[in-house]
Design a protein around this ligand. Sequence first.
Ligand SMILES: Cc1ncc(COP(=O)(O)O)c(C=O)c1O
Length: 426
Amino acid sequence: MELSSLSSSLDRFRASANSFLSQYEPLALLLSPILSLIAAWIIQSFLHTLRDKGLKATLLGFFMNSVKLVPGVRNYIDAEKQKVVNQLQSGSKSKRDGWRTELPKAGLGGEVLEKMKDEKRNDVAWKGKCSGTVFAHTNPLHLDVFQSVVRFEVEVVSMTAALLGGKEKASGGQICGNMTSGGTESILLAVKSSRDFMKAKKGITRPEMIIPVSAHSAYDKAAQYFNIKLWRIPVNKEFLADVGAIKRCISKNTVLIVGSAPGFPHGIIDPIEVCDTEYFELGELAFNAGICFHVDLCLGGFVLPFARKLGIKDIPELFIIGRPDMTIVAFGSTIVNVFEVNDILSTKGWHLNALQRPNSIHLCVTLQHVPVVEDFLKDLRDSVQIVKENPGPISGGLAPIYGAAGKMPDRVMVQELLVDFMDSSC
Ligand SMILES: Cc1ncc(COP(=O)(O)O)c(C=O)c1O
């Protein structure tokens, strides 16, 4: 009974709705929801901007953008802007004569330090005369005061660009850069720039980035600092970024994908641009998807252009992870506990890095290791034998903590464990 009264009410509602709508054209009925959605989207964007920038800046921005649509106005504004930039640069242009844009063919030796000191002597006499400004030796924010720092930064950026092919036609010639305090800051800046660029380019306000699990933890830091959703994608069986899996994770909110050359844990170069029969490359993927691509060259940047393979001696109890492309070699073992080997190595004065998935340790080989390669191999061989004969943790060793972290299936627990461990260590 109740069901039939509900159905007759629905029929009456349908009849009156249809009679009301019959006065409109079908096309108008079709278009109105689409137009309403567009209007809602515009209002939502406006409200977002209002919240971000405040009323005055929003109205001014809206006014300026509308004015720029008037033919000729944009060109006029751009020309005026260029005039101001030219004026600001007019003094410094002549000073740039003689600045280096490429590494000299032969190193300058100690002479370079004298040259730098000479350059610094030309800086403004700032002591006692500047407002704040210097907290250590220089402050590159004040480029009018520390001209020498400006020159050094410009030269380093230009020389690095040239080293990496910036002078070749294929580079497109649009290269810029700045000096950072190290790998982490470089990654932070690249991620922030990508986020801001994609917001301006595609209006992405809920940014996401996709990294292989082998990427450096600085990307996790960047995701937290800049409020970006982070997708970590497992590497393939050769420990390379899995391009197919990364592709499947790309969404309309993706601002950035990442590859390393080589990666921090295993020293393996991800498929950046060299096509393989089985894998296609990350660069092409990002280009086709219209998203940013960051290559972490923290380890490879100044080595790859000159790289040659290093010989690695085999120790039967150990296996090398993947095929290291450069100067990082990661190794694990199915015979001994590799973290215990690491602890024994530490007692012999070596400081290597412990890794998970799979449990392993790595050594990043630099110039300092050249004279001690044989010592290292001997100590490694001895440490493996010690653990083989006397397995088990040693007092003060870190093997139990790394072992426990490696076994825990819940990554949140691993994070908590490591945070507690670090908190109690300092
Ligand atoms: C591949 C890679 N990326 C990023 C970093 C972070 O660099 P930094 O320790 O200078 O912040 C490192 C450091 O070893 C690295 O190896």
